[in-house]
Write a protein that binds this ligand. Structure first.
Ligand code: GDP
Ligand code: IMO
Ligand code: MG
Length: 437
């Protein structure tokens, strides 16, 4: 047991906000909500596989590559070296924002070390999924994996490389030729790829900089940073349900490698968790509900991918998975989202452990085969009849909803600093004092 009123009080200003489940936890809403408290918001990994939704007075914004702080004029948005950038997707997103009246201009910084997603990465993503057949990952088909493959294979093209057309030509030609040789199904021409890149280089140039240096200078000048994660802990390349994961470190370690900041730059870590569980794509999901209860969560929670529109798989809250995220990321607190989706349910189940054969597991297994054999152990608690939707004070929550949140805190071993009761900014309970932010 712990008392949330005397929870960790951390004075260091910078905060990491990241997914503590399988992505789509509501990071966009939480980052947007907290952004006015920070000078900079920085993405450290992933690419436009992310879809971070923000509602502002009924207007919907889905941020993919641009940090979710962009809707606040005072915030500078940063794309770190750990992000993979598709310039076409980036420009489309910027154009959409500008059309909606958002100023981007000088408020954006992009690392010269960030790797570029090229058109053939997308083709290779689709091809690789087709080749895997039954064992497909269910990727977002944005070319994310193949772009990170090129990065790790030390043949990737970085944003900074676009400034040198001669070297770029050789790189693009060699890469495309090598891929053509490797993948017999493709005969790609490198010339249009190069031409496009050279055009795009012009538009990118004003935003490109040494992000690590810019952040270090900002911190020395007393400015604060929110580090925004994409995807979620269980989709992390190292700590997720490999191979059913994305190709980057969505967990807290990614902040340091993906931005070039030291570990002490991270003052506190806030995990974002849904009041139940969802996953999009393939791979294990122990608490998945394949019946009408799962459909009820999908319908009420509008659980359809913000990027691909795919229906999300839904299930009860999995405290084993969240405790794992607490350990992997050293979470100080969580923001609990979508509590309102559970309004009106008679009873709600919470998975507190897994049963694997005759063994009871309290820790998330690192072996995927073992995880696949796990059955959730549930505790059932009463639901609530009156709505939590839109509540912005703890005292306004029905007693059983309060009990549910407190029980989640107990079984997850982490306090809830924020409880979200709707997609709008003001549909939020901020429990001041749980986490100093
Ligand atoms: P992200 O990828 O973690 O930013 O999450 P997504 O944006 O992909 O998915 C979360 C969805 O839930 C979005 O449509 C949000 O507008 C919505 N959402 C966030 N918080 C709440 C909440 O507390 N209640 C409800 N009903 N919807 C929410
Ligand atoms: P946000 O930031 C949920 C999933 C895909 C697939 C796997 C690998 O909005 O939470 P990839 O295209 O990255 O190679 O796909 O990861 N995935 C996400 N699921 N939310 C996301 O982002 C995701 N980004 C990737 O569905 O299972
Ligand atoms: Mg999303």
């Amino acid at each position: 047991m712990y008392h949330h009123t005397s929870g960790p009080y951390i004075s260091t200003m910078n905060l990491a906000v990241l997914g503590a489940q399988w992505g789509d936890e509501g990071k966009g809403k939480i980052v947007d909500l907290l952004s006015p408290r920070f000078d900079l918001v920085a993405r450290y990994q992933g690419g436009h596989n992310a879809g971070h939704t923000v509602y502002v007075r009924g207007r919907k914004f889905v941020l993919r590559l641009i940090p979710s702080g962009i809707l606040h004029d005072s915030v500078t948005c940063v794309i770190g070296n750990g992000v993979v950038v598709d310039p076409t997707a980036l420009f489309a997103e910027i154009d959409e924002l500008v059309a909606a009246g958002v100023t981007v201009g000088r408020r954006l910084l992009i690392s010269d070390k960030a790797h570029v997603i090229l058109p053939y990465h997308r083709d290779l993503d689709l091809l690789s999924e087709a080749r895997r057949g039954e064992r497909k990952i269910g990727t977002t088909s944005r070319g994310i994996g193949p772009a990170y493959e090129d990065k790790v294979a030390r043949r990737g093209i970085r944003i900074g490389d676009l400034a040198d057309p001669t070297a770029l030509e050789k790189n693009v030609r060699d890469n495309v030729t090598a891929r053509n040789r490797l993948v017999s199904e493709t005969t790609m021409d490198w010339r249009p790829v190069l031409e496009r890149l050279l055009e795009q280089a012009e538009r990118l140039r004003p935003w490109v900089c040494d992000v690590s240096l810019a952040l270090s200078e900002a911190m020395r000048a007393g400015r604060s940073i929110l580090f925004e994660g994409a995807q979620g802990t269980l989709l992390d390349i190292d700590h997720g349900t490999y191979p059913y994961v994305t190709s980057s470190n969505a967990t807290v370690g990614g902040v340091c490698t993906g931005l070039g900041v030291g570990p002490r730059a991270i003052g506190a870590v806030l995990g974002v968790v849904k009041a139940y569980t969802t996953r999009v794509g393939e791979g294990p999901l122990p608490t998945e509900l394949l019946d009408e209860r799962g459909q009820r969560l999908r319908d009420t929670g509008n659980e359809y991918g913000s990027v691909t529109g795919r229906p999300r798989r839904c299930g009860w809250y999995d405290a084993v998975a969240v405790r794992y995220a607490v350990r992997i990321n050293g979470l100080d607190a969580v923001a609990l989202t979508k509590l309102d989706v559970l309004d009106g349910l008679d009873r709600i189940d919470i998975c507190t452990a897994y049963r694997c054969g005759d063994r009871l597991l309290s820790e998330f297994p690192s072996d995927l085969d073992q995880l696949a054999r796990c059955e959730p152990v549930y505790e059932s608690i009463p639901g609530w009849a009156s709505p939590t939707k839109g509540a912005h004070r703890w005292a306004d929550l029905p007693e059983n909803a309060q009990r549910y949140v407190v029980r989640l805190e107990e079984v997850s071993g982490v306090p809830a600093a924020i409880v979200s009761t709707g997609s709008e900014r003001d549909e939020t309970i901020v429990r001041e004092g749980v986490l100093a932010i």
